[in-house]
Ligand binder design. Structure first.
Ligand SMILES: Nc1ncnc2c1ncn2[C@@H]1O[C@H](COP(=O)(O)OP(=O)(O)OP(=O)(O)O)[C@@H](O)[C@H]1O
Ligand SMILES: [Mg+2]
Length: 913
């Protein structure tokens, strides 16, 4: 965002001298100078106005009209505005585009300002900084997703060559979640991908770091924060201060970088909330190996949260989400994004799911109660920030009531597993007395805003009842007065009315007006207004009455607001307990939802182990299966066994060949998804699944490009493959779909070949590798833990029939042309391709490609170069040199023929060597 022409107060003063800056503009410029990196919403009456560069930015972003307002330094001032009552909508769009907005309100009555002199401006202050990572309003948030602010600090490597580590801290201000972690570079990226933060703050030095700057700039909403936000020296004090504890040791042993990041989070929150402290849980430390590490590319291509197209429908989450509350949906998303690695914790979650799989009655009853339970944590944070309304209090009331009902139901379950007993206990954390109190206090119909009043139930507060009676009584008095006046004047149609300009007034039709204007009635009635059809009057009595009514209404509202504040304070004081209850409700929702899913689609409980097993019987792809349910055929279940061979100490690699469209990619992904679901604590789409926990999951498809980041298709594929080969451990699960496809055949084949060898010998991970390079199947003879599998098809009158059945063995061909035919390529092209293929295959048989492959040295990179190889290199170099030296234009036909013979001889010699 561009700075204003006159950013500092001093400069503003100069400017005024030069070009008579209006006092209001002067105030604007001063406020804007204090908030240079935010769009300034400057309150003027019923609008927030934007000026100068802000106006230009906002009008472009929001598609609203850019106008002008007066002049500044001789030039027009660009301006645009948004109505206050629709401000949320515009805020939402600006925030979604990555802007920050400073909301500047009038903080005094315009009448007060007038007292200081005719020219004085109303005092205004920025009351809030709205940034993508610090939102609390339902209208600005997605109910089913967390909204994270992430802070990243780096601890410098202590020794040269040692990798730097990062301190991460993330919060969801709308729910109070607060987590810190230490990560290396790869895990940092994996966590960023997992959390998908709405906003990331980093120290300036890290933002401009040579290695990382491209990374930050490719992410949305990364803000370099000023040094004090990340200052290490004061971090401890700031963090402890936020939670009013003496020392941060209370939060466990945090590294310097973790402390810096955590303190940056709370400081940033305070700064954007202008000193207010939304209730956050104390920071919980998450160990680096607690969750399955899944990098951004893997997440994207397994379509865990969104499809590659960006759509949510058809993602794993959308397919398996049966939750009935927003908090449950958020928790399920969190769990799928970060599957666990500790078998005990996974088993606890599975126990809870299992308890509800067979018991549809209890499950549906509980789900009925939860459906009615509101989003407690978000109501809590709004109340604590003074942004709450009566409906937020009702949310607390209803949430706590639902929790108590549900807890009773859970406590009555016989033989419930520990996880459920734990949930039941947590549901009791809220203070039932408060819920009862709110039930007494709140009316049945609640306004959205507290200033509208009328939300406190009659009979709750004696003083309020009295004032309201007075107010309502006065209204009856008005009615009585109208009847009396009608009598006294003899004007039957006389009415007492009210509007905002005149207040209460007496109104008669024009033809009766004269009568009231003449004695004796003019002693009572004072003329106010003559309209086309009516004449309006007031009277001393009516004036008095009006004052009484207004005071009573004002007093009633003041009492209501008092009650509101008292209740809000009660809620804030129970913050921790409310979060516990909300979390327990979400856990229960997820357990019931996963049970409902398992019951509906025949999922089974996976067996989770510390071994390196990976044995899935009758596995299915959760998303493809459900898609097929709605439009056609059954899904063909398939087995997959990557467990170590008997007595072996490392898992297997399956090399999957098979025709196009056979189901290779589907098979690969379904196994990865089964691992994710199982470790997230869900049942899985299979007949049986035995899974030794996976520490890292990698999935690559050799086709995506990333032109926006300046990488070609093949470059992306190789960068991603490099990451796998460098990071996969024995515990990892690697899915490689057609690696090496994006380049010339022999280059690709060689890379695929070497990759499999490396995975088998060095990474020793469990892996699935799909390929059209049928030559690779020869590797099974040399690599003991490599297993060939293929997807069966049938040929039927020259066409292929896909059976989608994975069996042991290797495919002999790809049926690419048949698939192309199915896809509708023109017949001429199909026929031509068929004849080219026949010719190529004949040639392939003539050249001993198989022999060539068998001669390829295994693990050449690891072994020292053998002299024979060097000799072969020299010979081919000589051949190339001879070829290069030839200039066909200078040769007679005879010389050309001789040259050709010579080259051929040279090549033949090379083959013999
Ligand atoms: N097990 C299965 N049961 C039923 N249908 C399946 C199964 N597996 C795959 N399919 C169907 O076949 C289609 C093609 O599958 P997939 O993309 O996995 O093939 P592929 O072997 O990877 O093909 P290509 O070599 O062209 O990449 C899927 O979109 C799906 O509709
Ligand atoms: Mg495929």
């Amino acid at each position: 965002m561009d700075a204003l022409p006159a950013p500092s107060p001093a400069a503003a003063a100069d400017a005024r001298a030069a070009a008579r800056v209006t006092p209001m503009m002067e105030q604007y410029i001063e406020i804007k100078a204090a908030n240079p990196d935010a769009l300034l919403f400057y309150r003027m009456g019923d609008f927030y106005e934007l000026f100068f560069a802000d106006a230009e930015t906002a009008s472009r972003a929001l598609g609203i009209v850019l106008t002008k307002r007066g002049k500044h330094l001789g030039a027009d001032i660009p301006m645009c505005g948004v109505p206050v009552d629709r401000a949320d909508e515009y805020l939402h769009r600006l925030i979604a585009l990555g802007h920050r907005v400073a909301v500047c309100e009038q903080v005094e009555d315009p009448a007060e300002a007038k007292k200081r002199g005719a020219k004085s401006v109303v005092r205004r202050e920025v009351v809030r900084l709205v940034t993508p990572g610090t939102l609390t309003e339902d209208s600005l948030l997605d109910a089913c997703r967390n909204n994270y602010l992430l802070a990243v600090a780096r601890s410098r490597a202590s020794a040269a060559g040692q990798e730097a580590t990062f301190g991460l801290a993330w919060i969801d201000m709308s729910t109070g979640e607060f987590v810190v972690a230490a990560r290396d570079r790869a895990a940092l990226a994996a966590d960023v991908a997992r959390l998908d933060p709405a906003e990331i703050i980093v120290p300036e030095s890290l933002y401009d770091d040579a290695e990382l700057q491209a990374y930050w700039r490719a992410l949305p909403a990364v803000t370099p924060a000023t040094r004090d936000v990340f200052d290490g020296a004061t971090a401890e004090r700031r963090l402890a201060g936020y939670f009013s504890v003496a020392e941060t040791a209370a939060f466990g042993a945090l590294s310097r970088a973790e402390l810096a990041a955590a303190a940056a989070c709370v400081t940033y929150v305070e700064r954007t909330q202008l000193g207010k402290r939304p209730p956050l849980s104390p920071p919980a430390r998450e160990a680096g190996d607690a969750t399955m590490q899944i990098d951004a590319a893997t997440r994207a291509n397994l379509e865990l949260m969104v499809r590659l197209s960006g759509e949510r429908r058809g993602s794993l989450l959308a397919t398996v989400d049966r939750t009935v509350t927003a908090a449950g949906s958020r928790l399920l998303a969190q769990r799928l994004a970060a599957p666990l690695t500790d078998p005990a914790r996974i088993v606890a979650r599975l126990d809870a799911v299992e308890a509800f799989v067979g018991d549809a009655g209890t499950r549906e009853t509980l789900r009925g109660h939860m459906r009615a339970a509101p989003d407690l944590t978000r109501a809590l944070s709004r109340l604590a920030l003074g942004r709450g309304g009566p409906r937020d209090l009702a949310a607390v009331r209803d949430g706590l009531a639902a929790a108590a009902t549900i807890a009773a139901r859970l406590e009555a379950l016989a033989g419930a597993p520990h996880e459920i007993a734990d949930i039941a206990a947590a549901l009791r954390a809220g203070d039932a007395a408060v819920a009862r109190e709110f039930a007494r206090a709140l009316a049945d119909e609640l306004p959205l805003l507290k200033r509208d009043g009328g939300f406190v139930r009659a009979g709750y507060d004696a003083a309020l009842d009295e004032t309201r009676a007075l107010r309502d009584e006065s209204r009856r008095v008005v009615a009585a007065l109208q009847a009396r006046y009608a009598d006294e004047t003899g004007v039957r149609a006389l009415k007492i009315r009210h509007n905002n300009v005149l207040g209460y007034f007496v109104e008669v039709a024009a033809q009766h007006g004269e009568r009231l204007l003449r004695p004796p009635l003019n002693a009572t009635f004072i003329h106010r207004q003559t309209l086309a059809g009516q004449v309006r009057f007031t009277s001393a009595e009516l004036g008095e009455l009006e004052a009484r009514i207004a005071t009573a209404a004002q007093r009633a509202l003041a009492i209501e607001l008092d009650i509101f504040e008292r209740c809000a304070a009660q809620v804030a004081a129970m913050g921790e307990a409310i979060r516990t209850v909300a979390q327990a409700l979400a856990r229960l929702d997820v357990a019931c939802a996963l049970a409902a899913l398992a019951a509906a689609h025949g999922y089974v409980r996976p067996e989770i182990e510390r071994s390196l097993a990976f044995a899935v019987e009758g596995g299915r792809h959760p998303v493809v299966e459900q898609a097929l349910l709605t439009n056609g055929g059954p899904f063909v279940a398939n087995d997959c066994d990557l467990s170590p061979p008997p007595g072996g100490d490392a898992g297997r690699i399956w090399l999957l060949t098979g025709p196009n469209m056979a189901g290779k990619s589907t098979f690969l992904r379904q196994n990865a998804l089964i691992a994710v679901l199982a470790q997230a604590g869900s049942f899985v789409p299979a007949k049986r699944a035995r899974i030794g926990v996976v520490d890292r999951l990698f999935s690559r498809v050799g086709a995506a490009d990333d032109l926006a980041r300046g990488r070609s298709t093949f470059m992306v594929e190789m960068v991603e493959t490099a990451a796998i080969l460098n990071q996969a451990t024995e515990r990892s699960l690697v899915i490689l779909d057609e690696i090496g496809r994006g380049t010339a055949t022999f280059d690709g084949l060689s890379i695929a070949w070497a990759t499999i060898e490396h995975l088998h010998e060095k990474n020793r991970c469990r892996a699935l590798f799909a390929t059209h390079f049928h030559e690779l199947t020869a590797l099974a003879a040399k690599l003991p833990r490599l297993h060939n599998a293929t997807v069966r098809v049938k040929e039927w009158h020259g066409d292929v029939v896909f059976l989608h059945e994975v069996v042991a063995g290797a495919a002999d061909r790809s049926y690419g042309i048949q698939v192309a035919k199915l896809a509708g390529l023109p017949r001429a092209v199909i026929e031509r391709a068929q004849s080219v293929l026949t010719a190529l295959e004949a040639e392939d048989r003539a050249s001993p490609a198989r022999k060539l492959l068998e001669d390829l040295p295994l693990f050449a990179a690891a072994a020292p170069r053998v002299p024979a190889e060097a000799a072969a290199d020299r010979a081919s170099a000589a051949l190339i040199a001879a070829l290069a030296a030839l200039n066909p234009d200078d040769l007679s036909p005879r010389q050309a023929l001789e040259a050709l013979y010579a080259l051929k001889r040279q090549w033949a010699d090379m083959q013999e060597d």
